[in-house]
Design a protein around this ligand. Structure first.
Ligand code: PLP
Length: 395
């Protein structure tokens, strides 16, 4: 008999993964080129050539015992220091290896942060729409997920509702910019307002509110601007970062957590997260990939390919009459479904061999997500299916 808690996780198991599996079955029946699979955020670009070169170099030049043995649970010190120095260069911080913990991707990063800070019943606020796994991650530690409803005109955070939803039980707020599933990026102005609200509320409730910034899409943005560095606005920040998307390495499971030096209880946080890494069973992030990081951390995939995909898909959606906010980052668009029941809508899309994910999976019904990290041809070939789907609901 499995645990009751696990039963509810299994029952609510990711619709995105289910869709991905269904896509594989459909591809076997109709041929991969005749299935338009926009379901999973699995990068379509190959990792930059520098990644393979670095892997070979690390294999050649690191002693096998060091490379394949257990490192510290927080990761190799030289690797953490290299990342800290990169952050100092980029953001003028004063980090050293203490500020960085190597993790098994951002997913593990978020889990060790939550494990380190949550007591049962503690509330974690998220803005809808949000990456659906947050609900499970918070439940893992018996926290309570509190959602702030979306502003569907802009998908920027609804600040008034945030203020109302903060209670004495609030422990943290998770933000994700550039955002999955909307692609929206939070401006400096937005982060400033957010910080003012959190600072005011921390005083009112008499304890810290951590801002957890989930940043696997940090380098994926399309325009001539800078992604704001969140701790510049709110010092009580912990960042979960990952190389899954920036270097197209999601299966390798490598990322890190940054604990800002001015975060409340810095020393305790570092120790708690290091132990959490171990006792969650991650033990440490993969050693080969840790050692690769210093060679490739300033590199990323060619984002102009994703930009073209975004522009082409957005143009098609506009032409066909799907209302959609144009986000400037990540690799997702989040249009409105043409009927309120987004699940029925995404089911109907399968008739046209189109795989899209219901907005309900992100706490935002009435929408659907399209991951445009696909071949550009898939976007153009899917146009007819999107047209037929639209026609189905226009009759
Ligand atoms: N956070 C968000 C918003 C994501 O979209 C994802 C993956 O898609 C993750 C975290 C987990 O990423 P990782 O592969 O680094 O664990």
């Amino acid at each position: 008999m499995i645990a009751d808690k696990m039963k509810s996780f299994v029952a609510g198991s990711s619709a995105i993964r289910a869709m991905f599996e269904e896509g594989k079955k459909m591809a076997a029946i109709y041929g991969a080129e005749n299935v338009y699979d926009f379901s999973l955020g699995n990068p379509s670009l190959e990792p930059p050539a520098a990644v393979k070169e670095a892997v070979l170099k690390v294999l050649e030049e690191t002693s096998p015992n060091e490379l394949h043995g257990y490192p510290s649970n927080g990761g190799f010190e030289d690797v953490r220091l290299a990342i800290a120095q990169q952050q100092n260069r980029l953001h003028g911080t004063n980090y050293n290896e203490e500020n960085i913990i190597m993790t098994v991707g951002a997913a593990a990063g978020l889990n060790i942060i939550l494990k380190a800070i949550l007591n049962p019943g503690d509330e974690v606020i998220v803005f809808a729409p949000f990456f659906g796994e947050y609900a499970s991650y918070v439940a893992n530690y018996d926290g309570v997920l509190v959602t702030v409803s979306p502003d569907i005109q802009t998908f920027q955070p609804n600040m008034d509702e945030l203020e109302q939803k903060i209670t004495k039980n609030t422990k943290a707020l998770i933000i994700n910019t550039p955002n999955n599933p909307t692609g929206v990026i939070y401006s400096e102005e937005t982060l400033k307002t957010l910080s003012e609200i959190l600072t005011k509320k921390e005083k009112e409730i008499g304890h810290p509110i951590y801002l957890i910034s989930d940043e696997p899409y940090r380098e994926l943005f399309y325009g001539d601007f800078k992604i704001p560095f969140v701790p510049d606005f709110y010092p009580n920040t912990i960042i979960a970062y990952s190389f899954s998307k920036s270097l197209s390495l999601p299966g390798e499971r490598i990322g890190y957590v940054t604990i800002h030096s001015e975060a409340d209880g810095f020393e305790e946080l570092v120790s708690a997260m290091t132990v959490a890494n171990r006792i969650s069973g991650f033990v440490n992030a993969p050693t080969l990939w840790q050692k690769v990081v210093p060679y490739v951390m300033d590199t990323h995939v060619d984002v102009s390919v994703y930009k073209k995909n975004r522009d082409d898909l957005y143009a098609i959606l506009q032409e066909l009459g799907y209302p959609c906010v144009l986000g400037d980052g990540a690799f997702y668009l989040f249009p409105q479904s043409l009927i309120p029941d987004d699940k029925a809508f995404c089911n109907a899309a399968k008739e046209f061999r189109l795989l899209i994910v219901p907005g309900s999976s992100f706490g935002c019904p009435g929408h659907f997500r399209m991951a445009y990290c696909v071949d550009n041809a898939t976007i153009h070939n899917a146009k007819e299916s999107l047209k037929l789907l639209k026609e189905k609901y226009s009759k």
